[in-house]
Design a protein around this ligand. Structure first.
Ligand code: HEM
Length: 521
């Protein structure tokens, strides 16, 4: 374990750009000191254990810093942040305790504990997001609201995700996919990640605020891309992050210990402000009748038109439109990208999928008309492909909660205030739940599966609001890709993008396409 810590310190030292000789001397001295402290702490832990019976096992790391350095090193490696978690499962078992950014985190990984926590049995757990995320999304965001406020807002937003809404969304998304694919070149390299992100962004802007083109859409998309990046990077703002320059001490380091200060930088504050201004203008023009939505019932219009006592206030509407825009982009783009890679690598799955999708196309409808929800319901094998891709990609790797009282999970004591992270990825790769978990095998989802063993969208009162929409987007994308092109992924590297908290392919999944239509003509 000490060796691992030394290796990680080496990695951290590579992360830091040494700009001059002085800095490099200070850096070496600091690292040496750190190494001494680590070995002292490690040997102390070895002698005394980690704090008494019943507490989950784990090396708390250095006083105050905990294992933050190792966590950061994992984020800065192409194995991805989950490598930090994976190694600790190997060392300590399925439940372990660590200390990150000055807080205790316990990773739990059984379906029983997932059930207890996600159902919030006995009101013992709540969702925790760091304050900086609520600065970014807004205090009324569904992702940051307290229990009572969350229930109220979720109730209002849920009505937007009806079957009828999904039905029209499917047709709209199909149009966008066809439009996008008509511009894809055959021959040159195309990055699936990039294309999927653009598509998701367009779809969200259209569904939420009917924004389809023009200057404001460009501004909006840029702002959102910026906030998406910031959202992933916010918890990592320490002096050695990519935000800091060389060894210069970064103000975010200090701010992270003073949670009342905003850790957002000027550009992020500006991006949020600009998006809020666009939404404000949109709301007031719609209210005054200046802007007509041509009877398009987008999400914004539905929220404005609500007339019962519990309707959302403008501030709540704006924060949650922004939340949905952000929640529905990087996630779906990553899921689609992994899906293309997995299918490409599994000839048997690809052949079965092709057979099914070409048959659906042959049946006639999808050549002439846009795909419908009914068409998607016929895609039985593709639906399993989507589930299997979501399992293996585990885009959201763990679900963060906080214990509201002392309790027991997986036979260990959990103290009030500790972060409890439900390790979805561990469960997705648990060989006692999924046979040969590293093999892409869509057919494994043919029958019922164990409750709480599939957590790609979470479960319980905080389940992803857009999960049916996300599955539909993946099916539409898959259908059009399979029936329009033959493709080959030209870089099989599975490395993970550095600094990404969601599981993101570093290569972006470059493909070369051949048009099937030209072939058949
Ligand atoms: C493949 C794509 C997606 C994945 C993997 C995904 C995954 C998740 C996960 C894991 C959660 C948190 C659950 C928890 O903590 O228990 C979540 C929450 C959420 N997602 Fe998604 N999501 C996806 C797409 C979308 C889309 C398209 C939207 C819609 C517009 C959306 C909107 C939301 C919202 C609003 C929440 C917060 C729910 C709440 O706290 O009540 N997501 N998602």
């Amino acid at each position: 374990m000490l060796l691992e810590q030394m290796n990680q310190i080496k990695m951290i030292s590579q992360m830091v750009k040494l700009e001059n000789g002085y800095t490099s001397c200070y850096c070496c001295a600091a690292l040496f000191l750190l190494l001494l402290l680590l070995s002292w702490h490690w040997s102390r832990n070895k002698k005394t254990g980690d704090g008494g019976a019943g507490i989950p096992p784990g090396n708390g790391g250095l006083p105050f810093v905990g294992e933050t350095l190792q966590f950061m090193a994992a984020i800065n490696s192409t194995k991805g942040v989950y490598e930090f978690v994976r190694l600790r499962h190997l060392w300590h078992g399925s439940c372990f305790k660590t200390n990150l950014f000055g807080e205790t985190h316990v990773f739990v990984s059984s379906t029983d504990s997932a059930k207890a926590i996600l159902n919030n049995e006995g009101g013992r757990f709540s969702k925790r997001y760091i304050k900086s995320i609520s600065e970014l999304l807004g205090h009324h965001s569904l992702l940051c609201a307290d229990h009572h406020h969350h229930k109220l807002i979720r109730g209002r937003l849920l009505t937007l995700f009806s079957t009828d809404a999904l039905s029209s969304f499917v047709q709209m998304f199909d149009v966008l996919v066809l439009e996008a694919m008509s511009t894809w070149p055959c021959g040159p390299v195309l990055l699936i990640q990039h294309e999927a992100f653009k598509l998701a962004c367009k779809a969200m802007c259209k569904m939420l605020i009917s924004m389809e083109n023009g200057y404001e859409l460009v501004i909006m998309q840029k702002g959102i891309a910026h906030l998406c990046e910031a959202m992933l990077a916010l918890p990592l703002r320490l002096p050695w992050t990519r935000f800091s320059n060389g060894l210069q001490v970064n103000m975010y380091y200090f701010l992270s210990f003073f949670p009342d200060e905003s850790p957002l930088n000027e550009m992020e504050l500006q991006a949020r402000k600009t998006i809020m201004e666009i939404l404000e203008k949109e709301i007031s023009e719609r209210r005054s009748g200046i802007r007509r939505t041509n009877d398009k019932v987008d999400f914004l219009q539905q929220l404005i038109e609500e007339d019962d006592d519990n309707k959302l206030k403008d501030e709540e509407i704006k924060d949650n439109i922004l939340t949905m825009m952000i929640a529905g982009q990087d996630t779906i783009a990553n899921a689609m990208t992994w899906m293309v890679k997995f299918v490409d690598e599994n000839q048997e799955a690809l052949n079965t999928l092709k057979k099914e999708q070409l048959q659906i196309e042959k049946n006639g409808r999808t050549r002439r008309d846009n795909l419908t929800l009914e068409d998607l319901n016929e895609m039985q094998y593709a639906s399993k492909v989507v589930t299997e891709a979501l399992r293996m990609a585990s885009v959201v790797q763990w679900l963060p909660r906080v214990a509201l009282q002392d309790c027991e999970i997986q036979g260990f004591k959990i103290k009030k205030g500790w972060n409890v992270d439900i390790d979805a990825k561990f469960i997705h790769f648990d060989p006692t739940i999924y046979n040969d978990p590293h093999v892409f095998n869509p057919s494994r989802f043919a029958g019922e599966f164990k409750p709480y063993s599939f957590l790609a969208f979470g479960m319980g009162g905080r389940t992803c609001l857009g999960k049916n929409m996300a599955r539909a987007m993946m099916l539409v994308f898959l259908h059009r890709l399979i029936t329009t092109y033959k493709w080959k992924v030209i870089d099989s590297d599975s490395s993970i993008q550095k600094w990404a908290l969601f599981s993101k392919l570093k290569s972006g999944c470059p493909v070369r396409l051949t048009s099937l239509k030209q072939h058949s003509n």
